[in-house]
Design a binder for this molecule. Structure first.
Ligand code: DX5
Length: 227
């Protein structure tokens, strides 16, 4: 059974934003028409970079009404999950590679009242999510090795995206497929054609000389045209 098409969503990573003015950055992104905001949480251990703690996200929560999702690139997502829900994130994305008991961690996130998503690094096979599709509302396929923005899109992930779309179709569950890493005007169509409907972009939004609104609209139309 094939997966029913799900709405295209353009989601910014705030990694390239001005860290000295994140409240304004969130307002600018909301004005630019993004669907929700992704916070790339990095602990310096799971990935070689360090970014946002829950208090930073909590400080930005009052600036916009947009949903916040936390992409937890941390070694202990289960222990930190409650802090990010309290900070105002309604979706938590945990890495399969960071969870000794992924099934239990995803269930615990739902117990906190948030929706759960699972992320796969490039080397992790699609089969890693086969037994948890009933616990997630989204699967994130990384198209870069996590840790930094501005990296090149790994196109060899497209067959994995397509495989996950097939698995979701057969499961009967409504699950989004998010792609994160190197998404821009030259790569978004391939990701959408493969089955992604939630596209995360950082550099591509902030480097557009015509501004954020133009970048969001252009990416959205390219993704919709590709399906
Ligand atoms: C990697 C980060 C980046 C970021 C998007 O850990 O998750 O993928 O969100 O960065 P760009 O869009 O610049 O590749």
């Amino acid at each position: 059974m094939s997966r029913l098409p799900r709405p295209i969503k353009i989601v910014p990573s705030v990694l390239p934003a001005d860290f000295a003015n994140l409240g304004q950055a969130c307002r600018d992104l909301a004005d630019a028409g993004v669907d929700h905001i992704q916070w790339d949480v990095m602990d310096g251990n799971f990935v070689p970079n360090l970014t946002f703690g829950p208090d930073v996200i909590a400080a930005c929560r009052r600036h916009v009404d947009l949903p916040f999702e936390a992409h937890l690139m941390v070694t202990n997502p289960g222990e930190l999950a409650a802090r990010y829900v309290e900070a105002g994130c309604t979706r938590l994305i945990v890495h399969a590679e960071a969870c000794l008991h992924l099934h239990s961690t995803l269930g615990a996130i739902r117990e906190l009242g948030a929706t759960a998503a699972v992320a796969l690094n490039p080397a992790t096979p699609a089969s890693a999510v086969e037994n948890v599709l009933d616990l997630v509302d989204m699967v994130l396929v990384m198209t870069v090795n996590p840790g930094f923005g501005g990296q090149a899109y790994i196109a060899t992930m497209e067959p994995k995206i397509a495989r996950i779309a097939e698995m979701i179709g057969s499961s009967g569950h409504d699950v989004d497929i998010e792609v994160d890493g190197g998404i821009g005007v030259d790569t978004i169509a391939g990701a959408a054609r493969a089955g992604a409907n939630v596209l995360v972009a950082g550099s591509a939004l902030y480097r557009d000389p015509a501004g954020l609104s133009h970048a969001v609209a252009e990416l959205r139309s390219l993704a919709e045209a590709a399906r």
